[in-house]
Design a protein around this ligand. Structure first.
Ligand code: ATP
Ligand code: MG
Length: 337
């Protein structure tokens, strides 16, 4: 795919705020939490964009807002050239999807961290995988069964398992069913939110490899969310590093891993273990001091300055914008030339 084809997904200055109540006073204090604070990124067709960062930095909220499972507070989400963030209507005292967004659902799917929670325990695998096909009237009868069997094959499960229930599978197999369900409607975009975090380490690599293979074979466009760089780098073409609701660095996956520029990315890279135990012990380690700041009380200036090992005076005052420092490499840091 050529680089100048229009991207499948364009996210512009996306902001998601939540009203929360924190302890204080007789009824608590009402406050606004900014979970996503101006995310700007695009995803090309056939590309996998990795999204990494510590717990609470806003990865899931970004993924959910991209799929309009969360209504953006500000900013734009352009999917296949259309402004889908506008496709909401106010009804029954809340915001609902309008008909265009409901129709679009089949083109955008999510894979969740915990497959057990997202698979109905009372339904057979066949029923689980046939449901989306039925809802969108895509296939019926024997054709539908054939498609379900084919889906199982694609994700590496024996099609004879079709009448089994989710509890009759292992965790890794259940995640394969979750992936098959996301693929059933042949979506254009998949947001995989920590699809391997709930699995045994030995199984994680299998699922990562499966997603990588499917991405290649089916030409999927994917946003792959994880908190560890080790997982993300294997499937991603480019990686966006998130900190406190913002992207602080964005570049090709191997550049992020071999030549990170933002001190936060450098700390994440340093935390990835090296397979060789001798090199692993000898390696300098950059450890971040303290907890990440709360999105309820983000620090003034650069949001990373409270933990930054190289901060300067102006980092306390000015928030650095994300800017291009080399072809395809964006960084939000005052100290990077
Ligand atoms: N529905 C909600 N209401 C209030 N606050 C929320 C809601 N959803 C998320 N948050 C807050 O928004 C921030 C970002 O959360 P999010 O789940 O997007 O982070 P994350 O990067 O996916 O973290 P993790 O790695 O733990 O999954 C957190 O401070 C979280 O507590
Ligand atoms: Mg999350």
């Amino acid at each position: 795919m050529s680089d100048d084809a229009p991207p499948l997904l364009e996210v512009r200055d996306l902001v998601v705020r939540f009203d929360v109540v924190t302890p204080g006073g007789p009824w608590g204090r009402r406050r606004t939490l900014t979970a996503v604070d101006g995310v700007h990124v695009s995803v090309r067709r056939g590309e996998t964009l990795g999204l990494v960062g510590e717990s609470g930095c806003g990865k899931s909220t970004t993924g959910r807002a991209v799929l309009q499972l969360e209504k953006p507070s500000a900013g734009e989400v352009i999917f296949d050239g259309r402004p889908i963030h506008e496709w909401w209507v106010q009804r029954w005292g809340g915001w609902r999807w309008d008909h265009r967004l409901r129709d679009l659902r089949r083109r955008m799917q999510m894979i969740f961290q915990d497959p057990s929670a997202s698979l109905d325990p009372r339904m057979t695998v066949e029923a689980i995988l046939a449901e989306p096909l039925r809802n969108f009237a895509l296939a019926s009868g024997s054709e539908r069964r054939g498609r379900v069997q084919r889906l199982l094959e694609i994700v590496g499960l024996d099609p004879r398992f079709i009448r089994r229930y989710p509890h009759q599978f292992s965790g890794g197999q259940r995640q394969r069913i979750g992936i098959a369900r996301a693929l059933a409607l042949e979506p254009d975009l998949i947001v995989a939110d920590e699809p391997t975090s709930g699995l045994d380490v030995s199984i994680q690599a299998q699922i990562v490899n499966l997603l990588g293979r499917l991405q290649q074979e089916l030409g999927l466009t994917m946003m792959f969310i994880a908190h560890d760089l080790a997982t993300v780098r294997h499937v991603s073409d480019r990686i966006a590093v998130m900190h406190l609701g913002r992207i602080v660095e964005l570049a090709a996956a191997d550049r992020i891993v071999t030549a990170p520029l933002h001190p936060y990315t450098q700390a994440l890279v340093a935390a990835v273990p090296v397979p060789d135990p001798i090199r692993e012990r000898a390696r300098p380690r950059l450890v971040l001091a303290g907890e990440p700041p709360s999105p309820l009380d983000p620090p003034a200036g650069c949001p990373f300055h409270t933990r930054c090992p190289v901060r300067e005076e102006r980092c306390r005052r000015e928030s650095p914008p994300l800017r291009t420092v080399a072809a395809g490499h964006e960084v939000a840091c005052h100290l990077v030339d």
